[in-house]
Design a protein around this ligand. Structure first.
Ligand SMILES: [Zn+2]
Ligand SMILES: [Zn+2]
Length: 410
């Protein structure tokens, strides 16, 4: 039998070795513990190689071109970040570059460095654990699919006022996104680490929490070991039975995000200069304008991603922190599901920031029409990034601790 500790509720789960296409779920909180797919490592490597090639191509050719009144503007993928930098939004330019090119490239590069020697049965790469840790630590910070949605939303936004041509680089980036997502989805954390560094977890009693048996679960490689160790013996990640000061950190990050939420919504996100007239637009103003112009799908996407998701996320994390601090032992499964949704949807809020990046890079037609980023763009990306950090700082196992305590007392 195999053993795994559920990262969401800390339960030790025992299960028979999986065959291809089988999955194992936590019986208590429903978390997908592991899945096994046919030739997962080979598939992941093949798609990562193809993805790397497409990413290189995406940086060579024009990404989009935009023409209005006889004037044409061509943008490359890199310009989505460069133009923000040139317009004074240096921090925002850095975030965009990191989320759409640097982090995905680092993930693919690390994946290939680790997997190619394994598949070719060669000696592992130097620093194998570190490269493998990169894949899982950086994973949530790659936003390639959110960027594609941002590109589509910005195209719909400007399609009525100009002729847009999708460049070769755009299609290469779409192909890269598909390869990247397929490559990562084939990779199961538990199966991956078991293959590259086979090591048995410390034996434990199934059906009880790891913490109650003096054990800690590694959030990177899934190995369960005694909680007297500071670092995971397999991957070297820092081990802790519960994230230290999880509630305090989550709450302080939430307060910071709430403070930034005000300028993000009340200051302009873009300044549009048309024939000398400057028009400022806030996030909500942009949604209303698009709705009035009949661009209902884009208005809806921006409304959901920029207004509904951040607000719901702030409320959900505040509620979860409050319920844990009150030592509530009710509805633990539902609260864990709320946490999982919060963690999953957070990145999608960046879509409006990417729309701004595309518009700023594309619409630079001198005195005719120019778009510049407004202060809300940085404040809003701050809200998204800080709420993502708050979700990472929140330890969902705290939701189950009171229940465990009650069980022990009975
Ligand atoms: Zn669980
Ligand atoms: Zn580990």
């Amino acid at each position: 039998m195999n053993q795994l500790t559920c990262p969401d509720c800390d339960l030790i789960v025992e299960f028979a070795p999986l065959r291809a296409k089988q999955r194992a779920f936590c019986p208590r909180c429903g978390h997908l513990l592991t899945h096994r797919s046919f030739r997962a490592l080979e598939r992941s490597t093949a798609f990562a190689l193809a993805g790397l090639l497409f990413l290189v191509l995406a940086n060579i050719y024009p990404f989009l071109s935009f023409s209005v009144s006889g004037q044409e503007q061509v943008m490359t993928l890199l310009q989505s970040s460069q133009e923000l930098y040139r317009n004074g939004s240096k921090v925002l330019a850095f975030f965009v570059l990191a989320f759409i090119i640097v982090i995905p490239a680092l993930i693919i590069f690390s994946l290939l460095l680790v997997l190619i020697p394994i598949i070719l049965k060669r000696r592992p790469v130097i620093g194998q654990q570190l490269w493998a840790r990169f894949i899982f630590t950086l994973g949530p910070w790659s936003m390639v699919e959110v960027f594609i949605l941002g590109v589509l939303a910005s195209l719909t936004k400007i399609a009525s006022m100009a002729t847009i041509v999708l460049g070769l680089s755009f299609w290469a980036y779409v192909a890269f996104t598909l390869c990247f997502l397929i490559s990562l989805s084939a990779l199961d954390r538990y199966q991956f680490w078991r293959t590259i560094l086979p090591q048995q977890s410390t034996p434990a009693i199934a059906g009880k929490s790891a913490a109650s048996q003096g054990l800690s679960n590694c959030h990177i490689c899934t190995l369960t070991s005694t909680n007297t160790q500071h670092h995971c013996p397999r991957c070297g990640a820092i081990l802790h039975t519960r994230i230290p000061n999880s509630l305090q950190r989550t709450v302080s990050l939430l307060i910071t995000a709430m403070v930034l939420y005000l300028p993000a919504n009340f200051l302009p996100i873009t300044h549009t200069d048309q024939f000398g007239n400057v028009l400022d637009s806030t996030i909500m103003g942009g949604v209303i304008l698009m709705w009035e112009h009949g661009s209902y799908p884009v208005a809806l996407i921006i409304f959901i991603a920029s207004i509904m998701i951040p607000t719901a996320k702030l409320c959900a994390l505040t509620w979860l922190s409050w319920s844990v601090s009150r030592q509530n032992s009710q509805n633990s499964k539902q609260r864990t599901s709320v946490y999982r949704i919060t963690e999953f949807v957070g990145r999608w809020s960046m879509v409006d920031v990417f729309v701004v990046a595309i518009l700023v890079a594309l619409i630079q037609l001198g005195g005719i029409l120019t778009i510049r980023p407004g202060p809300a763009a940085l404040a809003f990306s701050g809200v998204v990034i800080i709420t993502m950090l708050a979700a990472e700082a929140f330890d969902p196992r705290l939701i189950w601790d009171k229940l465990e305590e009650n069980k022990r007392d009975q």
